[in-house]
Design a protein around this ligand. Structure first.
Ligand SMILES: *Cc1c(COP(=O)(O)O)cnc(C)c1O
Length: 724
């Protein structure tokens, strides 16, 4: 396979704590993605930004308030060596991008990991003004002007960098919408060769894929239309379309939405867990009101984590001893992990104790008494309010009783950063600090400063229980619990994100509250369920020692957790899924669209334009139900007959279906065929009722017309539908 087959764009990459250019789960996922691609020898080129000061370093002051520090990232300290990227004359490469009418220059650094190269652009270049030099200083700046400038540099600058290096990716993967401007730049490059806009858009779309990570509208990156005009106004004409057409790719509710742009310019969209796929379909339904939620073309690939990065040394050695010798290359195979069941309980327990004491020591946790070995519960992630770090403090008396039982002591360890502009997030930290100082919680509640990959490793390896209490369904996937599981740490989590798929009733604990009520009620229910789990199951199981010094049933649960979760929730499985389900089809599609001078791209572009121009004439005029012969058991057959006006559109270019709810969360569809033409552009369609009970389909049936093409990536690519 030639190099550069997959281009992977992400605003953050978390490879190692020594290169702090990530803020949280998105960056860790990107780092783990490219490490797994390298392990699997997949040719992938990563594109991101080199943030001179990275994400901030956190200090918590005396009053519990988060302080942000921005030291320069020490490039030399990175365990992944950074090389300057050179041009053909062996000078540092310079990429020029016009931002708000100014020429901004960028250089690039590169990191090599086997088959993968990661390029990181930086505007810290002598030729730039001081303000422009600072554009790539920090990750996720609050100021929208800096943010859009970074996104222009990432998307447009990134595409230019690949072109300058002669890299021609077969598929372009946008990891979240921050990089979606890359679609504009690819269209511009084609336009410069004389390719018309609609053809260029189709060619770009065919070879672009998009992973969305945000389950709520408020989480999507948006800019005002005025800002887009200001920043890219001088660029529109180079794309070969008018301003309105260009803006239409991202315009939504009066602003320019980067997720919308990413969807408009991709042929495949995926969420990061099955549940998140569903939530995303519901979310996108607002933009595509003609398409029922189950038909919205969004798939899912559930996140995983990179085993080699997150495993404790001692546990790794234990696996070396008891699993097949090449287990680290066969992490996707359940039978490889089944051998964990045969590891003697005391060996697994002792390795876990080892990881636990390393954590206690290195994180400097001052336990209430030096010779006790409490059950330790970890909660570490970004302090975003939806993650509800304070849920376990809902009933302070009940919690205090639970933590300070002298026979069965329990400790809580928290860590995490709040985004500098997130005052409610910082307030969560302050509150935990305050609580940790109360007499009843002294030595029982701990908070660790400056959460980053190094601290994360210690925590996911060393605590006994990994707690996660988000507001369902706001955790798109979550990955820290996956890191914990492979280390024998047991998850206790709201059934959200990946845990809905991973939880099997035996491999951890689930908080499964009703999510239909109001947020306070949900919190009340979830916290009550959490306390009950702790009181009735978790603490008793941990302290159930029988006549050995080991909690045998607890260790069995650790084993069940490792065996059932690790083969699935790792990035080898995840990247294989991306390769098979997303990259390979998009590569084939991209090549097909580009072949013979972009013939198919040109045809599809023209076809879509024709359909859009003529769609207003499409109507479902009359729907009748005729009795048919046969049928039994309440499945009596009927015939749908519909009169459809198509105007100038050909009957072969639409699909006509009777569509209804199946009475659960799915839908049924029955195809109708044209049986005769009434007049020009007017047809009669007929089809049989579905093979489900008559009272189900009769209750809810409509006839829909959708434009189709064998060249579409999915049945709803035009996002159009006429109903009657
Ligand atoms: C894994 C990780 C995250 C993501 O954790 P979630 O549980 O998905 O929120 C965030 N930050 C760091 C440092 C991590 O290692």
């Amino acid at each position: 396979m030639p190099n550069g087959e997959v281009a992977y764009f992400s605003a953050e990459f978390g490879l190692d704590e020594s290169l702090p250019i990530y803020s949280g789960g998105l960056g860790i996922l990107a780092g783990d993605h490219i490490k797994a691609a390298a392990d699997l020898n997949i040719p992938l080129t990563g594109v991101g930004l080199f943030y001179k000061k990275g994400y901030f370093q956190q200090q918590i002051n005396e009053s519990g308030w988060q302080q942000q520090h921005y030291p320069d990232v020490d490039r030399k300290a990175s365990i992944y060596p950074l090389q300057p990227v050179m041009d053909a004359e062996e000078r540092p490469i310079i990429i020029d991008v016009t931002i708000a009418g100014r020429q901004v220059h960028a250089t690039a650094w590169c990191i090599r990991l086997g088959s993968v190269t990661l390029y990181l652009l930086s505007t810290d270049v002598d030729a730039n003004s001081d303000a422009d030099r600072d554009l790539t200083n920090t990750l996720y700046p609050s100021h929208p002007d800096v943010r859009i400038s970074q996104e222009i540099m990432l998307g447009i600058g990134g595409a230019r960098l690949l072109a300058a290096l002669g890299i021609q990716p077969a598929v372009w993967h946008m990891n979240e919408g921050h990089s979606a401007f890359l679609a504009f730049e690819r269209i511009r490059m084609l336009s410069a060769e004389g390719v018309p806009f609609e053809t260029a858009l189709e060619a770009v779309k065919a070879s672009t894929v998009f992973t969305t990570h945000t389950p709520v509208p408020a989480g999507h990156d948006v800019f005002s239309i005025g800002m887009i005009d200001h920043y890219l106004g001088s660029y529109y004409w180079q794309l070969g379309a008018d301003r309105a057409r260009i803006l239409s790719l991202g315009e939504l509710d009066g602003v320019f939405n980067m997720t919308r742009l990413a969807v408009s310019s991709s042929s495949k969209v995926n969420g990061v867990s099955k549940l998140h796929g569903e939530v995303t379909r519901e979310l996108f339904h607002r933009w595509m009101p003609h398409i029922p939620i189950p038909d919205i073309p969004v798939d899912s690939v559930t996140n995983g984590v990179h085993v080699g990065t997150w495993l404790a040394d001692g546990i790794k050695k234990l696996y070396d001893k008891h699993l097949v010798p090449d287990w680290a290359f066969r992490t996707q195979e359940p039978q490889v992990w089944a051998a964990v069941r045969d590891i003697p309980a005391h060996e697994l327990w002792e390795e876990h104790q080892q990881a636990k004491s390393v954590m206690v020591q290195q994180l400097g946790l001052a336990l209430a008494s030096p010779d006790e070995n409490p059950l330790i519960i970890g909660f570490a992630r970004r302090f975003a309010t939806y993650k509800r770090a304070l849920l376990i403090f809902s009933d302070l008396e009940r919690l205090a009783r639970l933590l300070s039982d002298p026979e069965r002591p329990v400790c809580l360890v928290f860590a995490g950063k709040a985004h500098p502009a997130d005052e409610p997030g910082k307030e969560l930290i302050r509150k935990i600090v305050e609580l940790s100082r109360e007499e009843r919680f002294k030595g029982r509640v701990h908070i660790v400063e400056n959460y980053a990959m190094d601290k994360a490793k210690k925590l996911v390896q060393g605590v006994d229980v990994w707690l996660n209490t988000p507001v369902k369904p706001m955790e798109a996937s979550g990955t820290s619990g996956q890191k914990a599981a492979m280390n024998g740490v047991i998850n206790c989590s709201v059934l959200d994100g990946w845990w809905v798929e991973g939880y099997n009733g035996r491999n951890g604990w689930a908080i499964d509250g009703d999510t239909s009520g109001d947020p306070d009620q949900q919190a009340q229910q979830d916290s009550d369920m959490l306390y009950r789990l702790l009181e009735e199951q978790i603490i008793p199981l941990y302290y159930e020692r029988g006549d050995t010094a080991i909690p045998t049933e607890w260790v069995n649960m650790m084993k069940e957790s490792i065996c059932s979760l690790t083969p699935v929730y790792n990035t080898h499985r995840m990247v294989s899924d991306y390769w098979n389900q997303i990259y390979v089809p998009a590569m084939a599609r991209g090549r097909r669209f580009a072949a013979d001078g972009l013939e198919i791209a040109s045809r599809v572009g023209a076809y879509k334009q024709f359909i859009r121009d003529n769609w207003s004439a499409v109507h479902v005029k009359k729907v009748e139900l005729l009795d048919a012969d046969g049928g039994s058991n309440g499945r009596q057959k009927s015939i749908f007959r519909a009169e459809i006006a198509l105007g100038a559109i050909w009957s072969k270019d639409v699909r006509v279906e009777a569509v209804g709810s199946d009475g659960r969360s799915g839908i049924w569809r029955s195809k109708l065929e044209p049986v005769h033409q009434l007049t020009a552009g007017q047809f009669v369609y007929e089809g049989a009722s579905p093979d489900i009970p008559i009272d189900v389909w009769r209750a809810n049936v409509n006839v829909r017309v959708t434009p189709i093409s064998p060249d579409f990536a999915n049945d709803f690519e035009l996002e159009l539908g006429a109903w009657g």
